[in-house]
Design a protein around this ligand. Structure first.
Ligand SMILES: [Zn+2]
Length: 345
């Protein structure tokens, strides 16, 4: 099987480094109900995992929950809830939705708030190696110290500096530096650290969690294309700086995004369709076929008519199965279909 690797910009023949495929997929920030954009990404990685298993690989799949960040804190304050309770509610709902979509569960679902010691250890090591610095209770990654910054997203550091927003009130050495640890503001949940009470930045959790479950090199790291920069660029920099080994990830795999009109569907843009509503209206098969109807790296535009159309396609498949097996309860001989499928992969 050939997989497109965002880092090399090419399709490469895939094989795992060891006896199993180590696959890490970035998970959701559980502050609101899951929308169809997430669902599309997880359906794609579900299909990738099922295919790898089908051709004989053992896959170990890890997917995180970013259960502490600005949006969770803000939403919890607005709804007068504890951040833990808000996250727990949406994590349970997420798991139910993924089950309804017939997505295989990951083997591990680490949560940022449950991995603080590992996160603190990585930050501490990065400081000791000169790749990070503490400043007024925050800790930042020193981008200029890491030579390969920009390789994954194919951007130049000079271009990033030119385009960087001037942030008021931060104590960064350089505008491209990014937070590993954020000092607590009054009333925010926090954890103790050498640098004072605070919480982890977003990117560092994926480094700490992927490595504690899968080791220092991953075969596949997945997510939507909107995660390439800055999230995955930063993850790569801090992970390779921490271990001194490259590559952190052998195949960076990114799916195209689901659009609503001219914009990507996102919770923060408020143009999303809730997964549960769509599941009720169309069912899991129609949604899965709709998501898989375009190439996984291309954007897909959501429309009710489009999903209704794939609903009819799902019905035709079900009818064909009934015709082949009489009453629909017997087993279809998949042999000839498998041959044709494998020829096309
Ligand atoms: Zn991540």
């Amino acid at each position: 099987m050939r997989l497109y690797n965002t880092l090399s910009g090419e399709e490469q023949e895939f094989s795992p480094a060891g006896d199993r495929v180590k696959m890490y997929v970035c998970g959701v920030t559980p502050y609101a109900p899951c929308h169809l954009g997430h669902a599309m990404s997880y359906v794609f990685f579900d299909v990738l995992r099922r295919y790898l298993e089908y051709i004989g690989h053992e896959v170990e799949h890890v997917q995180n929950f970013t259960d502490i960040d600005d949006k969770i804190i803000q939403r919890a304050q607005e709804s007068n809830t504890h951040t833990d309770d808000l996250a727990q509610t949406h994590i349970e709902e997420f798991m139910e939705s993924m089950d309804s979509l017939n997505i295989k569960r990951a083997h591990h679902y680490p949560r940022a708030t449950q991995e603080i010691p590992q996160i603190l250890n990585v930050i501490d090591q990065l400081i000791q190696k000169g790749y990070a610095y503490a400043s007024d209770g925050d800790v930042y990654f020193r981008v200029s110290r890491y030579d390969n910054y920009g390789d994954l997203s194919h951007r130049s550091v000079d271009g990033m500096i030119a385009g960087a927003r001037v942030e008021i009130g931060t104590s960064k050495e350089n505008p491209t530096d990014f937070a590993l640890w954020k000092a607590a503001k009054p009333g925010e949940p926090s954890w103790d650290s050498k640098w004072g009470p605070g919480r982890p930045g977003w990117h560092i959790e994926c480094t700490a969690m992927s490595m504690s479950y899968l080791g220092s090199t991953l075969d596949i790291h997945g997510g939507g294309q909107d995660l390439v920069f800055p999230h995955h660029e930063n993850e790569k920099a801090q992970s390779e700086a921490y271990t001194g080994q490259s590559p952190f990830v052998r195949y960076w795999v990114h799916n195209g995004l689901l659009n609503m009109g001219d914009d990507k569907m996102s919770k923060s843009l408020g143009n999303n369709v809730s997964l549960n509503e769509a599941l009720k209206r169309h069912g899991a098969d129609a949604l899965r076929i709709f998501f898989l109807s375009s190439h996984y790296r291309s954007p897909l535009t959501y429309s009710e008519e489009g999903v209704s159309g794939t609903g009819r396609a799902a019905e035709r498949l079900a009818n064909a199965l009934r015709e082949e097996t009489g009453d629909g309860t017997g087993d279809l001989d998949p042999g000839p279909y498998k041959v044709r499928f494998l020829r096309a992969t």
